[in-house]
Design a protein around this ligand. Structure first.
Ligand code: NAP
Length: 467
């Protein structure tokens, strides 16, 4: 447990020393200055005096910043039997020469060096991961703050950090912190060891992704020594270094990288070639070249097949709203299944370009396009990002009238029920939720990653809802 004394009221500060005797846990005493991300705004002399007063009261560790020169405080901490954590913080980046600075942090062998820095690119995350190399088994705490640094928090046991920080409140104490419950329930923190295999989803943005929950629940149910993480990647070039340093074995790929990763995949399966995009990368040894696959089309078709009790009927008339990456997989899947497809999109040119690849029809989301949709109305697939949280009241095609005979397939899965879905339900349509496709494509990835079928009972639970 860490006690952040800088967050306490003055009256609480006076009694803070009672905590270690009460909780039965090793407690870290920390009194962080505002410029290091804390809340203490008194003088340095007042801070040292408060640390001096509290240090002898049963705390196991005392966190002191690298620049604090207070030999009397250091001596007092050691006499009390506590250990000094000598810390370095950077809330805006990864400081140059971090490796050298980190090695020089501990002033004596009984001190624990700690660095919390903020990678703003994957290239910087790779720099941070490089610092771990060469540290052997020595005690240390090294972590990346923010969304890009997040994997270093979950992977603390694999990277050899002595502990990691989580915050029990919804408001994190530092950027990127999650609650202990999330660490354990979503990221199986207690099961991670030095040899745990790493998988993940690479994209930008990606922190909202439900894929970690889906894959980690599968690993837990099958007792596999593996973890799946979100990798926020503004720079794909930097990310490949991260993937090598962590020996990542398998990746889900999401917006905006599904086409860019093709340059890395030395082998692409038939679906990658048909769709022209890749949502799965695999290298079972954790090194060497990647094979690319695409599970989106099959994931899209699976819920439809079960709705039709087998195959999708040939000649089904389908309107696909949207012409982005997801629409591409949908149109490829429907064309492959023998459906007649019309693509309607805000930007007509994009609809036309996509439709041409699969010999489909195209139009805009306008009076003319909606009129054409009358002949393609067995199935309406909503593939645009309109209606995604936080724009939950937006409708991608408010003028599209639903008779109740259409099957409406909504790809957006956050929120679970969009404005478009509500309209379809009111009209009496049968609805397929985006969650079903997400789970179906993830189950295929899981099989590719592990060689094992995704546990059906876990899938059934997820299909009832994510929360
Ligand atoms: P994308 O490549 O960025 O394409 C976005 C599409 O939405 C384009 O057709 C774009 O039209 C349209 N669009 C965006 N803003 C619009 C607006 N204000 N009005 C009308 N149209 C608008 O994204 P994507 O990868 O295809 O993903 C789209 C959605 O599908 C996302 O919500 C994603 O989460 C979801 N998805 C779900 C699954 C699943 O498994 N359930 C899988 C993949 C994707 P323009 O061409 O005119 O820009």
């Amino acid at each position: 447990m860490e006690l952040r004394v800088d967050h306490l009221l003055d009256a609480e500060k006076a009694t803070a020393g009672r905590l270690p005797g009460r909780v039965g846990l090793p407690v870290i005493l920390t009194l962080r200055r505002a410029r290091d991300g804390g809340s203490f705004d008194g003088s340095e002399a007042a801070r040292v005096a408060l640390l001096q007063r509290l240090a002898g009261q049963g705390f196991r560790y005392v966190d002191i910043e690298e620049d604090l020169q207070a030999p009397a405080l250091d001596a007092h901490i050691r006499e009390s039997g506590a250990r000094i954590v000598r810390s370095l913080h950077d809330y805006s980046g990864v400081p140059p020469g971090l490796s050298r600075r980190f090695s020089a942090l501990a002033r004596r062998t009984d001190e624990i060096p700690k660095a919390a820095v903020t990678p703003t690119t994957c290239a910087q995350l790779a720099e941070l991961l490089n610092v771990f190399h060469g540290l052997g088994d020595s005690e240390r705490v090294l972590l990346g703050m923010g969304e890009i640094g997040f994997p270093t928090r979950v992977l603390a046991p694999r990277l050899g950090s002595t502990w990691c920080y989580a915050s029990p409140t919804a408001r994190a104490v530092a950027p990127g912190q999650v609650t202990p419950v999330t660490l354990e329930d979503v990221y199986r923190f207690r099961d991670i060891t030095r040899s745990t295999s790493v998988y993940g989803v690479v994209g930008n943005p990606v922190m909202h992704s439900r894929s970690p929950m889906i894959h980690n629940r599968g690993f837990t149910a099958l007792g596999l020594d593996a973890v799946y993480l979100p990798f926020q990647a503004p720079d794909l070039d930097g990310f490949w270094k991260v993937a090598d340093l962590l020996r990542i074995k398998g990746l889900s790929v999401t917006v905006p990288h599904k086409q860019a990763v093709l340059s890395r995949a030395v082998r692409g399966d038939a679906e990658v070639r048909a769709v022209g995009a890749c949502n799965t990368l695999l290298r079972p040894e954790g090194r060497g070249s990647w094979s690319g696959m695409n599970t989106d089309s099959e994931g899209f078709l699976a819920p439809l097949r079960s709705m039709f009790g087998g195959a999708v009927p040939t000649g089904l008339g389908a309107t696909v709203i949207g012409a982005g990456g997801a629409a591409r997989s949908v149109v490829a899947a429907l064309s492959g299944a023998g459906a007649r497809v019309l693509v309607l999109n805000r930007t007509i040119e994009n609809a036309r370009t996509l439709a041409e690849v699969f010999a489909a029809r195209s139009g805009g989301i306008d009076a003319e396009g909606l009129e054409s949709a009358r002949g393609f109305s067995d199935l309406i697939v909503q593939t645009t990002s309109v209606g995604m949280s936080p724009h939950e009241d937006a409708d991608p095609a408010p003028e599209l009238k639903l008779s109740g005979r259409e099957i409406v397939y909504e790809l957006v899965y956050a929120p679970e029920s969009t404005c478009f879905v509500r309209r379809a339900l009111e009209a009496g349509c049968r609805v397929v939720y985006g969650r079903k496709m997400l789970i179906a494509q993830a189950m295929r990835q899981f099989l590719l990653f592990t060689g094992r079928e995704y546990p059906p009972s876990v899938a059934e639970n997820l299909e009832r809802g994510f929360d």
